[in-house]
Design a protein around this ligand. Structure first.
Ligand code: FAD
Length: 310
Protein backbone atom coordinates (compact mmCIF):
# COMPACT_ATOMS: atom_id res chain seq x y z
CA UNK A 1 0.00 0.00 0.00
CA UNK A 2 1.05 3.58 -0.58
CA UNK A 3 1.48 6.12 2.19
CA UNK A 4 0.10 8.78 -0.16
CA UNK A 5 -1.76 8.05 -3.38
CA UNK A 6 -2.42 11.04 -5.63
CA UNK A 7 -5.26 10.69 -8.15
CA UNK A 8 -4.88 13.16 -11.01
CA UNK A 9 -1.71 14.36 -12.73
CA UNK A 10 -2.26 18.04 -13.46
CA UNK A 11 -0.47 20.91 -11.67
CA UNK A 12 -2.19 20.09 -8.35
CA UNK A 13 -1.34 16.39 -8.48
CA UNK A 14 2.25 16.95 -9.63
CA UNK A 15 2.86 19.44 -6.82
CA UNK A 16 1.29 17.07 -4.28
CA UNK A 17 3.45 14.16 -5.46
CA UNK A 18 6.67 16.19 -5.27
CA UNK A 19 5.92 17.61 -1.82
CA UNK A 20 4.95 14.18 -0.49
CA UNK A 21 7.96 12.44 -2.08
CA UNK A 22 10.30 14.90 -0.38
CA UNK A 23 9.15 13.39 2.94
CA UNK A 24 10.65 10.04 1.98
CA UNK A 25 7.38 8.09 2.09
CA UNK A 26 5.78 5.69 -0.45
CA UNK A 27 4.01 7.72 -3.13
CA UNK A 28 1.97 6.77 -6.15
CA UNK A 29 0.26 8.99 -8.68
CA UNK A 30 -2.45 7.68 -11.01
CA UNK A 31 -3.65 9.94 -13.82
CA UNK A 32 -5.86 9.53 -16.83
CA UNK A 33 -3.71 12.01 -18.75
CA UNK A 34 -0.58 13.33 -17.06
CA UNK A 35 -0.39 17.10 -17.50
CA UNK A 36 -4.13 17.72 -17.29
CA UNK A 37 -5.66 20.87 -18.72
CA UNK A 38 -2.19 22.35 -19.18
CA UNK A 39 -1.83 20.04 -22.19
CA UNK A 40 -4.69 21.91 -23.90
CA UNK A 41 -3.24 25.36 -23.26
CA UNK A 42 -1.07 27.35 -25.61
CA UNK A 43 0.48 30.50 -24.15
CA UNK A 44 0.77 30.71 -20.38
CA UNK A 45 1.81 34.17 -19.17
CA UNK A 46 0.74 34.15 -15.53
CA UNK A 47 2.92 31.33 -14.20
CA UNK A 48 4.76 33.56 -11.79
CA UNK A 49 8.52 33.97 -12.47
CA UNK A 50 8.12 32.43 -15.95
CA UNK A 51 6.94 35.31 -18.17
CA UNK A 52 5.99 33.02 -21.06
CA UNK A 53 5.66 29.30 -21.55
CA UNK A 54 3.50 26.88 -23.46
CA UNK A 55 1.15 24.23 -22.10
CA UNK A 56 2.76 21.08 -23.53
CA UNK A 57 6.20 22.33 -22.42
CA UNK A 58 5.01 22.99 -18.86
CA UNK A 59 3.25 19.58 -18.80
CA UNK A 60 6.50 17.83 -19.81
CA UNK A 61 8.38 19.76 -17.11
CA UNK A 62 5.79 18.79 -14.50
CA UNK A 63 6.25 15.12 -15.39
CA UNK A 64 10.05 15.41 -15.41
CA UNK A 65 10.05 17.08 -12.01
CA UNK A 66 7.91 14.28 -10.55
CA UNK A 67 10.22 11.67 -12.16
CA UNK A 68 13.19 13.21 -10.34
CA UNK A 69 11.73 11.65 -7.20
CA UNK A 70 10.89 8.12 -6.20
CA UNK A 71 7.24 8.24 -7.25
CA UNK A 72 5.30 5.38 -8.81
CA UNK A 73 3.71 7.06 -11.85
CA UNK A 74 0.67 5.29 -13.31
CA UNK A 75 -0.30 7.27 -16.42
CA UNK A 76 -3.36 6.52 -18.57
CA UNK A 77 -5.21 5.15 -15.56
CA UNK A 78 -8.75 6.29 -14.89
CA UNK A 79 -10.09 6.03 -11.35
CA UNK A 80 -13.69 4.84 -11.24
CA UNK A 81 -14.50 4.29 -7.61
CA UNK A 82 -13.29 5.36 -4.18
CA UNK A 83 -13.94 3.25 -1.12
CA UNK A 84 -12.87 5.20 1.99
CA UNK A 85 -11.27 3.35 4.90
CA UNK A 86 -13.82 1.85 7.27
CA UNK A 87 -11.98 3.16 10.30
CA UNK A 88 -9.61 6.04 10.82
CA UNK A 89 -6.06 5.06 9.92
CA UNK A 90 -7.24 2.16 7.73
CA UNK A 91 -6.56 1.85 4.01
CA UNK A 92 -8.54 3.73 1.37
CA UNK A 93 -9.12 1.92 -1.90
CA UNK A 94 -9.21 3.39 -5.40
CA UNK A 95 -10.53 1.16 -8.17
CA UNK A 96 -9.26 1.82 -11.69
CA UNK A 97 -11.02 1.30 -15.01
CA UNK A 98 -8.28 -1.22 -15.87
CA UNK A 99 -9.64 -3.46 -13.11
CA UNK A 100 -6.69 -2.81 -10.78
CA UNK A 101 -7.22 -1.55 -7.27
CA UNK A 102 -4.83 0.70 -5.34
CA UNK A 103 -4.68 1.05 -1.57
CA UNK A 104 -3.27 3.91 0.44
CA UNK A 105 -3.11 5.30 3.95
CA UNK A 106 -3.90 8.82 2.66
CA UNK A 107 -5.28 10.06 -0.64
CA UNK A 108 -4.97 13.34 -2.50
CA UNK A 109 -7.74 13.81 -5.05
CA UNK A 110 -6.73 16.20 -7.83
CA UNK A 111 -8.83 15.20 -10.83
CA UNK A 112 -9.35 18.77 -12.04
CA UNK A 113 -12.19 20.07 -14.14
CA UNK A 114 -13.26 20.67 -17.72
CA UNK A 115 -14.87 23.71 -19.32
CA UNK A 116 -18.36 23.06 -20.64
CA UNK A 117 -18.33 23.58 -24.40
CA UNK A 118 -21.01 25.08 -26.62
CA UNK A 119 -20.78 22.25 -29.12
CA UNK A 120 -21.20 24.49 -32.16
CA UNK A 121 -19.23 24.43 -35.44
CA UNK A 122 -15.97 26.36 -35.21
CA UNK A 123 -15.58 26.03 -31.45
CA UNK A 124 -13.03 23.21 -31.61
CA UNK A 125 -11.40 24.40 -34.83
CA UNK A 126 -10.63 27.85 -33.36
CA UNK A 127 -9.82 26.77 -29.81
CA UNK A 128 -6.79 28.86 -28.72
CA UNK A 129 -7.18 30.80 -32.01
CA UNK A 130 -9.87 33.11 -30.73
CA UNK A 131 -11.99 30.70 -28.71
CA UNK A 132 -11.00 30.99 -25.06
CA UNK A 133 -12.35 29.78 -21.74
CA UNK A 134 -10.35 31.68 -19.12
CA UNK A 135 -10.47 35.49 -18.93
CA UNK A 136 -7.70 35.61 -16.28
CA UNK A 137 -5.46 33.63 -18.62
CA UNK A 138 -6.25 34.98 -22.07
CA UNK A 139 -7.89 38.38 -21.49
CA UNK A 140 -4.70 40.42 -22.09
CA UNK A 141 -4.22 38.72 -25.49
CA UNK A 142 -7.33 40.60 -26.69
CA UNK A 143 -6.24 44.08 -25.65
CA UNK A 144 -7.90 46.61 -27.96
CA UNK A 145 -9.92 43.89 -29.77
CA UNK A 146 -13.62 42.97 -29.87
CA UNK A 147 -14.81 39.90 -28.00
CA UNK A 148 -18.00 38.09 -27.06
CA UNK A 149 -18.67 36.39 -23.77
CA UNK A 150 -21.09 33.47 -24.00
CA UNK A 151 -23.15 33.00 -20.85
CA UNK A 152 -24.94 35.41 -18.54
CA UNK A 153 -24.45 33.64 -15.21
CA UNK A 154 -22.06 34.96 -12.58
CA UNK A 155 -18.94 33.73 -14.37
CA UNK A 156 -20.04 35.18 -17.71
CA UNK A 157 -20.91 38.57 -16.27
CA UNK A 158 -17.72 38.65 -14.16
CA UNK A 159 -15.74 37.80 -17.29
CA UNK A 160 -17.49 40.56 -19.27
CA UNK A 161 -16.75 43.16 -16.56
CA UNK A 162 -13.14 41.99 -16.35
CA UNK A 163 -12.64 41.98 -20.14
CA UNK A 164 -14.35 45.37 -20.62
CA UNK A 165 -11.38 46.92 -18.81
CA UNK A 166 -8.92 45.36 -21.26
CA UNK A 167 -10.53 44.93 -24.69
CA UNK A 168 -12.17 47.46 -27.02
CA UNK A 169 -15.68 46.02 -26.89
CA UNK A 170 -17.55 43.15 -25.24
CA UNK A 171 -20.80 41.58 -26.42
CA UNK A 172 -22.40 39.40 -23.76
CA UNK A 173 -24.56 36.69 -25.34
CA UNK A 174 -27.17 34.92 -23.19
CA UNK A 175 -29.49 32.12 -24.29
CA UNK A 176 -32.27 32.91 -21.80
CA UNK A 177 -34.44 36.04 -21.93
CA UNK A 178 -32.55 37.54 -18.98
CA UNK A 179 -29.16 37.29 -17.28
CA UNK A 180 -28.85 34.98 -14.31
CA UNK A 181 -25.95 36.75 -12.56
CA UNK A 182 -26.30 38.50 -9.18
CA UNK A 183 -28.04 41.88 -9.41
CA UNK A 184 -24.96 43.75 -8.20
CA UNK A 185 -22.89 42.30 -11.06
CA UNK A 186 -25.61 43.08 -13.59
CA UNK A 187 -25.73 46.71 -12.41
CA UNK A 188 -21.97 46.98 -12.76
CA UNK A 189 -22.12 45.49 -16.24
CA UNK A 190 -24.90 47.83 -17.35
CA UNK A 191 -22.81 50.84 -16.23
CA UNK A 192 -19.94 50.01 -18.62
CA UNK A 193 -19.85 51.99 -21.88
CA UNK A 194 -18.20 49.34 -24.06
CA UNK A 195 -20.50 46.41 -23.30
CA UNK A 196 -23.55 45.28 -25.25
CA UNK A 197 -25.90 42.63 -23.87
CA UNK A 198 -27.86 40.34 -26.20
CA UNK A 199 -30.41 38.00 -24.59
CA UNK A 200 -32.57 35.20 -26.07
CA UNK A 201 -29.69 34.41 -28.39
CA UNK A 202 -28.67 30.90 -29.40
CA UNK A 203 -25.05 30.80 -30.52
CA UNK A 204 -24.92 28.76 -33.72
CA UNK A 205 -21.33 29.02 -35.00
CA UNK A 206 -17.91 30.47 -34.35
CA UNK A 207 -16.83 32.03 -37.65
CA UNK A 208 -13.24 32.24 -38.84
CA UNK A 209 -10.94 32.69 -41.80
CA UNK A 210 -9.23 29.33 -41.44
CA UNK A 211 -6.56 30.69 -39.06
CA UNK A 212 -8.42 32.71 -36.48
CA UNK A 213 -11.84 33.80 -35.27
CA UNK A 214 -13.55 36.59 -37.24
CA UNK A 215 -17.07 36.48 -35.88
CA UNK A 216 -19.94 34.82 -34.12
CA UNK A 217 -23.26 33.69 -35.55
CA UNK A 218 -26.37 33.50 -33.40
CA UNK A 219 -30.10 33.12 -33.77
CA UNK A 220 -32.54 35.55 -32.15
CA UNK A 221 -34.83 33.05 -30.41
CA UNK A 222 -37.81 35.43 -30.31
CA UNK A 223 -37.85 36.32 -33.98
CA UNK A 224 -36.09 33.21 -35.26
CA UNK A 225 -33.71 35.40 -37.28
CA UNK A 226 -29.99 34.74 -37.88
CA UNK A 227 -27.37 37.39 -36.95
CA UNK A 228 -23.61 37.78 -37.12
CA UNK A 229 -21.19 39.83 -35.00
CA UNK A 230 -17.70 40.71 -36.21
CA UNK A 231 -15.12 40.12 -33.50
CA UNK A 232 -11.73 38.62 -32.72
CA UNK A 233 -12.42 36.55 -29.61
CA UNK A 234 -15.11 34.38 -28.00
CA UNK A 235 -14.94 33.60 -24.27
CA UNK A 236 -17.14 30.63 -23.42
CA UNK A 237 -18.45 30.92 -19.85
CA UNK A 238 -21.17 28.31 -19.56
CA UNK A 239 -19.70 26.35 -16.70
CA UNK A 240 -16.64 24.58 -15.35
CA UNK A 241 -17.46 20.96 -14.56
CA UNK A 242 -15.36 19.23 -11.87
CA UNK A 243 -14.18 15.68 -12.69
CA UNK A 244 -15.77 14.25 -9.56
CA UNK A 245 -18.59 12.09 -10.88
CA UNK A 246 -16.69 9.03 -9.67
CA UNK A 247 -16.64 10.37 -6.09
CA UNK A 248 -20.38 10.69 -5.47
CA UNK A 249 -21.21 9.21 -2.09
CA UNK A 250 -17.55 8.77 -1.08
CA UNK A 251 -16.69 12.37 -0.05
CA UNK A 252 -18.89 15.45 0.43
CA UNK A 253 -19.42 17.43 -2.78
CA UNK A 254 -20.89 20.91 -3.15
CA UNK A 255 -24.03 21.57 -5.21
CA UNK A 256 -21.77 22.15 -8.21
CA UNK A 257 -20.01 18.84 -7.68
CA UNK A 258 -16.81 20.33 -6.25
CA UNK A 259 -15.06 18.42 -3.45
CA UNK A 260 -15.56 20.30 -0.19
CA UNK A 261 -12.24 20.94 1.54
CA UNK A 262 -11.22 22.81 4.66
CA UNK A 263 -8.31 25.24 4.94
CA UNK A 264 -5.87 22.32 5.16
CA UNK A 265 -7.27 20.66 2.05
CA UNK A 266 -8.97 17.85 3.97
CA UNK A 267 -12.27 16.43 2.66
CA UNK A 268 -15.20 15.14 4.72
CA UNK A 269 -13.30 11.83 5.10
CA UNK A 270 -10.33 11.73 7.50
CA UNK A 271 -7.10 11.03 5.62
CA UNK A 272 -8.55 11.99 2.24
CA UNK A 273 -7.38 15.36 0.91
CA UNK A 274 -8.12 17.19 -2.32
CA UNK A 275 -6.59 20.05 -4.30
CA UNK A 276 -6.97 22.12 -7.44
CA UNK A 277 -9.84 22.67 -9.86
CA UNK A 278 -11.88 19.73 -8.53
CA UNK A 279 -12.35 21.43 -5.13
CA UNK A 280 -14.41 24.29 -3.72
CA UNK A 281 -11.30 26.51 -3.58
CA UNK A 282 -12.09 29.54 -5.80
CA UNK A 283 -10.13 30.76 -8.86
CA UNK A 284 -9.09 27.87 -11.05
CA UNK A 285 -5.50 28.66 -12.00
CA UNK A 286 -2.20 26.79 -12.33
CA UNK A 287 -0.36 28.56 -9.51
CA UNK A 288 -3.35 28.13 -7.21
CA UNK A 289 -3.65 24.41 -8.07
CA UNK A 290 0.08 23.93 -7.37
CA UNK A 291 -0.16 25.77 -4.04
CA UNK A 292 -3.19 23.76 -3.00
CA UNK A 293 -1.55 20.48 -4.08
CA UNK A 294 1.54 21.26 -2.01
CA UNK A 295 -0.65 22.15 0.96
CA UNK A 296 -2.67 18.94 0.66
CA UNK A 297 0.55 16.88 0.61
CA UNK A 298 1.85 18.55 3.75
CA UNK A 299 -1.54 18.02 5.42
CA UNK A 300 -1.51 14.34 4.41
CA UNK A 301 1.97 13.96 5.90
CA UNK A 302 0.88 15.68 9.12
CA UNK A 303 -2.10 13.34 9.31
CA UNK A 304 0.08 10.26 8.78
CA UNK A 305 2.63 11.03 11.46
CA UNK A 306 -0.20 11.31 13.98
CA UNK A 307 -1.61 7.85 13.22
CA UNK A 308 -1.10 5.31 16.03
CA UNK A 309 2.06 3.21 15.66
CA UNK A 310 1.19 -0.29 14.38
P1 FAD B 1 -6.20 19.48 -14.23
O1 FAD B 1 -5.17 20.24 -14.91
O2 FAD B 1 -7.59 19.44 -14.79
O3 FAD B 1 -5.67 17.97 -14.10
C1 FAD B 1 -6.51 16.94 -13.69
C2 FAD B 1 -5.79 15.61 -13.77
O4 FAD B 1 -6.65 14.57 -13.27
C3 FAD B 1 -5.42 15.17 -15.18
O5 FAD B 1 -4.21 14.44 -15.13
C4 FAD B 1 -6.58 14.27 -15.57
O6 FAD B 1 -6.26 13.36 -16.61
C5 FAD B 1 -6.78 13.54 -14.26
N1 FAD B 1 -8.08 12.91 -14.08
C6 FAD B 1 -9.33 13.41 -14.25
N2 FAD B 1 -10.26 12.50 -13.92
C7 FAD B 1 -9.58 11.38 -13.53
C8 FAD B 1 -9.97 10.11 -13.07
N3 FAD B 1 -11.25 9.73 -12.91
N4 FAD B 1 -8.99 9.20 -12.76
C9 FAD B 1 -7.67 9.53 -12.90
N5 FAD B 1 -7.25 10.73 -13.32
C10 FAD B 1 -8.21 11.65 -13.62
N6 FAD B 1 -4.42 28.56 -15.80
C11 FAD B 1 -3.46 29.49 -15.61
O7 FAD B 1 -3.03 29.71 -14.49
N7 FAD B 1 -2.93 30.18 -16.69
C12 FAD B 1 -3.33 29.98 -17.97
O8 FAD B 1 -2.85 30.63 -18.91
C13 FAD B 1 -4.35 28.99 -18.19
N8 FAD B 1 -4.84 28.78 -19.43
C14 FAD B 1 -5.76 27.79 -19.62
C15 FAD B 1 -6.17 27.51 -20.92
C16 FAD B 1 -7.07 26.49 -21.17
C17 FAD B 1 -7.50 26.21 -22.59
C18 FAD B 1 -7.59 25.73 -20.09
C19 FAD B 1 -8.55 24.59 -20.33
C20 FAD B 1 -7.20 26.02 -18.77
C21 FAD B 1 -6.28 27.06 -18.54
N9 FAD B 1 -5.86 27.37 -17.25
C22 FAD B 1 -4.87 28.30 -17.06
C23 FAD B 1 -6.41 26.67 -16.05
C24 FAD B 1 -5.44 25.61 -15.55
O9 FAD B 1 -5.07 24.77 -16.63
C25 FAD B 1 -6.08 24.81 -14.41
O10 FAD B 1 -6.45 25.68 -13.37
C26 FAD B 1 -5.12 23.77 -13.86
O11 FAD B 1 -4.66 22.89 -14.86
C27 FAD B 1 -5.80 22.96 -12.75
O12 FAD B 1 -4.93 21.96 -12.31
P2 FAD B 1 -5.47 20.65 -11.63
O13 FAD B 1 -4.28 19.83 -11.35
O14 FAD B 1 -6.38 21.00 -10.51
O15 FAD B 1 -6.42 19.94 -12.72
Amino acid sequence: AFDVLVVGGGPAGAAAAIYAARKGIRIGIAAERFGGQVLDTMAIENFISVPHTEGPKLAAQLEQHVKDYDVDIMNLQRAEKLIPARQEGGLHEVQLASGASLKARTLILSTGARWRQMGVPGEDAYRNKGVAYCPHCDGPLYKGKRVAVIGGGNSGVEAAIDLAGIVAHVTLVEYESELRADAVLQRKLASLPNVKIITSALTTEVLGDGNKVTGLAYKDRNRDTPHQIELEGVFVQIGLVPNTEWLAGAVALSGRGEIEVDHRGETSQPGIFAAGDCTTVPYKQIVIAMGEGSKAALSAFDYMIRLPVK
